[in-house]
Design a protein around this ligand. Sequence first.
Ligand code: NAP
Length: 476
Amino acid sequence: MKMQINGKAVEAIRGEFFDIINPATGELIDRVPRGTGDDVADAVEAASSAFGSWASTSPQQRAGVFYRAGEIIRQRKDSLAALITKEQGKPLIEARNEIEGFANVLEYYCGLAGSFHGDFIQIPQNGYAMTVKKPLGVCAAIIPWNMPALIMAWKIGPALISGNTLVLKPASNTPLTNLTLASILSEAGLPAGVLNVVTGPGELVGEALVSNHKVKKVSFTGESATGKRVAELAVSGKKRVTLELGGSDPMLVCDDADLESAVVGALRGRFYNCGQTCMAVKRLYVFESIAEEFIKKLEAAVWKLRVGNGIYENIDMGPLNNRRQWEYVKDLVAEIEEKDEGRIITGGKVPANSACNRGYFFEPTLIADVPRESRLLKEEVFGPVLPVVRVKDLDEAIEEANNSSYGLGASIWTKNLDRAISGCEQLDAGIIWINQHLKIAPEVPFGGVKESGIGRENGPYALSEYLDLKTIMLKT
Ligand code: NAP
């Protein structure tokens, strides 16, 4: 596939490509251009030229494009889902959810078209003031590979509906989904230059984009370390920045929790997308008195997970997305085993199954009795490994949960309202779930505190990230 700049399919200026590999089979799926700084400059120029006319269309006209795109996307849901599965690795059922989520987010922003307006402010004895909201201009979006479609929607939805234009840099492991969705938006009537997609390495294409002086705002999703670099570049260029970064979400299971639903919550919360979800359950804190029973139930559920190529309908967990993640998870679990840091209850290795021997597969792994200082609890483990820690009560659970540099999400599982409120008040996180984990919706703001990021996506709040407020004062 080719890059998309100013409504045209573009080869790399120097004609270089890179390979997109299926993580379940190791097979070559496609090749995409290795973009350069000049490609970024062209894309920003195209976005800048398109800005004036796009900003002057009515929000309803912009919504019309999103509605039409949503319709096309739903009609092609199966082929789009298969594309995500091929380049990202997740099972088809999850890929279909993601495509559905992409259309839902765009349609949600259609509903907000025209809702953003300024205020009228009466000033005693001195006239009145008004505020008006204006789009910023050219925005940049840089996205990761774990949810390429959904995170694209979280950025293009608020940016484009509010009249901005955009240059998007996909992750180098999953650009095909983004390029295909961008071409559907063109087909739905998005004018040339409003959305441009430049593929290529983050250090080159990503940095050139963030540093371009015409870019007014950067919205980045990815690892916390990359986010810091992006933030430095954006701030030095006086740009607005939103950072959606890593997480190490704790799940707290109290002794009065409904254990059956908590087991389902932990299973889905950890092993969905092969553990590669920013808000996955990455640390499980269980009250001592129910820990043994809970672990047994969870173990039984984990053994039932079917691991394999997600392109087959009966698969629950696909491979990790790339070699780097796979090596990280393998090495980390080997180190835990070597240091005897916990009891490996399920998994802990690459599956022996021959259907898995060409991809980046790892067994769903449950590790109990993990010591507090283990890397499993300190780092963001982006893979199918769930450490379990026993705690004596809620105070200890909250203290341990907050003992992390991350603060994306957290969940508390209890039937006791006082405990639930206590968790909501005291847990350091951008989103707290009660008796569930992982649930998100386009209406609900999403984002983290501490190392997990700055700013919020989704909901009406996201629009303010893409609008400037101008104050007009009149003397009477
Ligand atoms: P990553 O390595 O940080 O990459 C993210 C994006 O940044 C990719 O497009 C990457 O391009 C680009 N990039 C890399 N270096 C760059 C640089 N110096 N300047 C500008 N851009 C650069 O993250 P990832 O491994 O793709 O994604 C996994 C991470 O994303 C996890 O930490 C996860 O928790 C986080 N995440 C957070 C959220 C949230 O909403 N909080 C949601 C999803 C994922 P290349 O692919 O070319 O390297």
